[in-house]
Design a protein around this ligand. Structure first.
Ligand SMILES: *Cc1c(COP(=O)(O)O)cnc(C)c1O
Length: 721
């Protein structure tokens, strides 16, 4: 499987977990005795929050967390979202908190305790714990290997246990208990972002990398058995600790991680269909809203004189809270998807049409391409045409950070732009640079391709030392001095002022599998290496050698030189859908293309759309206008229902002709689309994906052209998503 999708079972359990949290705060079994209450709220329901942490770990901390070769990155966008949510929740519960007297006599210390650890209202500790936990893990991962991180998280958890369920064991030890008492000035519980969250976040991240076989009965049964056993263990543990009164708090148990491991595996192994997006969101809202609903139930019951029913009967009380929370959550999720998220989205700079980049995918592709090549060959990524539309400076900087220090561009201006942005290393201009621009080569330390002998003379005449790679033509007949002109090549090597750092050729039939093309590729390679051999015999010590581009690496790894000039593959795509389908190489697309819905309209039968009125409605329809057009690189050939876009997971065909700056799409089947929503032109929305292959196919071209023509007007955020 190339991507991991959301699993419906996880979605469903999110809702259950949120209702379990509501149980902790309402004690539904109180009427049945303290043991029943303890079991439900202090043992069973204690699986809920770790579960939420694990889901976050799985989907937010990427699988790169466990890859020692990759550098970790902080999921800034997600953290910002959680911070917004936390801020909203603080405001929401401010009146209740004030009413309950939570904020009396606030000192700076107690304020930081509330904000960073305890939460400003009792259930809100979850949000700062999530943020702190993620930050802590990212921080640790920056300095330690995944293994050490795991060990440290586990040790933190053990340390947390001593301040929680196992408090009785150390409360008599003066030194240790003093340390903990000191800690309890900073936070009220060890069940927080430092001791509690990291382990479960990490466990969740673990599951994004590991494969669980779906719907195999043996697997389900095994996990169920594991869960039941570990949960029994935890139950015994809980009641024992309670019996001996050693618990200071009762959130953390020794058996809890084990229990969560099996529970999570169990949920993953039952693969239900994905739930609608709205249901996925309501768990958060249930979590957020249930304390308010508790208050509402109390007040209403008192007002209506129904205390005996809804207050004294703990189960009915709980059910009433659940029902109200679910209704409130559904409403809020609906409203928020059209209002709040629009506001959130608007706080970013994406107003019109934009590109999103996936850093993980880029790292993945680099690692994958490197793994195909011998150690002696390094990548020389091709950043021409603004890195195939991705944004050259941005991609170049990231590659620099990954330790790559050789690049190709098409022309001097592209090289200058990279240099001005501070890109380090060798920058080779693959194309022709006119003599009037030779000063740029010198000033910006750019390496020029010698496109033939006559050009070499021009470079020499410039009079200053210039770095060059010699292009050798082995049959493509584009640029390069012919491999047959050994004398000329030899003379270029010995020309004054030219510092020859490399020699290369370009393969022109390496992208197909048919014997004729393969023969030609081997012939090109043979001519190239033969020429180098002859030059060597004449005393030329060979500099860096390169001939592969993306398809060369993928189809002819054995032809590796010192560099591989990878372009399209680095960005995670093949040139055509056929190549993608025929390949086993798991490249991941780095780029998504998105645009805003600016307006929504209804069409009556007979109404027509766009320039030339090429589309006429035959029944009532809803259409949306998107702020993207062919000037942004959306091929005009996709007009008139050839292409589609995704909005909220729905596939919406393009209606009428694509304009220079705008496009209209059919949203009749997507009733919940509103102005401000995001349309995905390349990428994923819900469970649907439109790949750049589809666009290329529809436009009758290759992905390289689609990507490299993405317009300069597109907003390119200086951040990965
Ligand atoms: C564009 C280009 C490449 C990169 O090709 P991809 O197929 O995108 O990897 C490599 N070498 C030369 C000379 C090029 O012009």
């Amino acid at each position: 499987m190339k991507t991991h999708k959301n699993n419906g079972t996880l979605d469903l359990f999110r809702v259950i977990a949120a209702l379990l949290v509501a149980a902790i705060h309402t004690s539904p079994f109180e009427s049945f005795g303290p043991e029943a209450d303890f079991f439900l709220t202090r043992i069973l329901a204690r699986t809920a929050v770790p579960f939420f942490f694990m889901v976050t770990g799985q989907f937010v901390l990427s699988d790169s967390f466990f890859d020692p070769m990759k550098s970790i990155f902080v999921p800034r966008k997600y953290l910002r979202k959680i911070l917004c949510l936390y801020g909203t929740a603080i405001l929401l519960y401010l009146p209740l908190g004030i009413y309950a007297g939570h904020y009396r006599n606030l000192s700076p210390l107690s304020l930081s305790r509330l904000l960073l650890f305890d939460g400003t209202f009792y259930h809100l500790w979850y949000f700062p714990a999530l943020i702190l936990g993620i930050l802590l893990l990212c921080f640790l991962r920056r300095f330690c290997s995944p293994k050490v991180c795991t060990l440290l998280s586990f040790m933190l958890y053990l340390a947390g246990l001593l301040g929680d369920s196992y408090w009785g064991f150390i409360s008599n030890l003066p030194l240790l208990s003093a340390v903990y008492e000191g800690g309890f000035h900073l936070f009220s519980y060890t069940r927080n972002g430092i001791f509690f969250a990291p382990l479960f976040l990490l466990m969740g991240a673990c599951f994004s990398a590991s494969a669980v076989s779906f719907n195999k009965y043996a697997c389900i049964a095994g996990n169920l058995l594991g869960f039941l056993l570990s949960f029994s263990l935890m139950t015994i543990e809980g009641f024992t600790l309670r019996h001996f009164e050693v618990q200071r708090h009762d959130s953390m148990y020794l058996a809890l991680p084990l229990c969560m491991f099996f529970l999570y595996r169990l949920l993953l192994s039952i693969n239900l269909r994905e739930l609608p997006v709205i249901l996925r969101r309501i768990s958060t809202w249930i979590y957020l809203l249930h304390p308010a609903m508790i208050v509402i139930v109390r007040i209403t019951a008192k007002r209506l004189g129904l205390e005996s029913l809804f207050l004294q009967n703990s189960l009915l009380h709980y059910l009433a809270v659940c029902v109200l929370s679910c209704i409130g959550a559904l409403l809020s999720a609906k409203i928020s998807s059209s209002v709040t998220f629009r506001l959130l989205a608007d706080t970013s700079s994406n107003h019109r049409a934009w590109i999103e980049l996936d850093r993980d995918a880029l790292h993945h592709n680099v690692a994958l391409l490197c793994s195909l090549l011998p150690e002696s060959c390094t990548l020389m990524p091709v950043l021409k045409a603004d890195a195939y539309g991705h944004g050259a400076v941005f991609i170049g900087k990231e590659l620099n950070r990954m330790g790559i220090h050789a690049f190709c561009v098409a022309c001097a201006a592209e090289g200058v732009k990279l240099r001005k942005a501070g890109i380090k290393g060798e920058i080779l201009i693959l194309g022709y640079t006119p003599p009037s621009q030779f000063p740029l080569l010198h000033r910006y330390r750019l390496t020029q391709t010698v496109i033939d002998y006559a050009y070499a003379l021009q470079l020499k005449q410039y009079g200053k030392k210039l770095h060059v790679h010699i292009g050798i033509d082995t049959g493509m007949h584009r640029l390069g001095e012919s491999y047959e002109h050994l004398d000329r090549l030899y003379r270029i090597f010995s020309m004054k002022n030219l510092i020859v750092d490399g020699v290369f050729t370009h393969l022109c039939t390496d992208d197909t599998d048919n014997p004729k093309d393969r023969d030609f590729t081997y012939k090109q390679a043979a001519s190239f290496f033969d020429t180098l051999e002859k030059l060597k015999k004449r005393g030329i010590s060979c500099p860096k050698v390169h001939l592969q581009s993306s398809y060369g690496v993928l189809n002819y790894p054995e032809l590796a030189g010192d560099y591989a000039r990878v372009g399209i593959a680095l960005y995670g795509v093949f040139s055509t859908k056929q190549d993608y389908e025929a390949s086993v190489t798991d490249l991941r697309p780095v780029l998504s293309l998105k645009a805003r819905v600016t307006i929504v309209k209804n069409l009556s039968p007979g109404d027509a759309v766009g320039y030339g009125l090429t589309f006429t409605a035959h029944h009532p329809m809803r259409i949306a206008t998107l702020s993207i057009g062919y000037a942004d690189g959306l091929p005009r050939a996709l007009s008139c229902q050839v292409g589609s876009v995704l909005i909220k997971g729905h596939k919406c065909p393009i209606l009428g002709r694509i304009c220079m700056d705008q496009t209209t799409v059919d949203i009749t089947e997507a009733p919940e689309v509103f102005p401000g929503d995001t349309a995905v032109l390349i990428g994923t929305s819900g469970s649907n994906t439109i790949s750049v292959y589809e666009l290329a196919e529809q436009a009758g071209t290759i992905t390289n052209e689609i990507l490299s023509r993405l317009g300069s007007r597109l907003e390119r955020n200086r951040e990965f998503y």
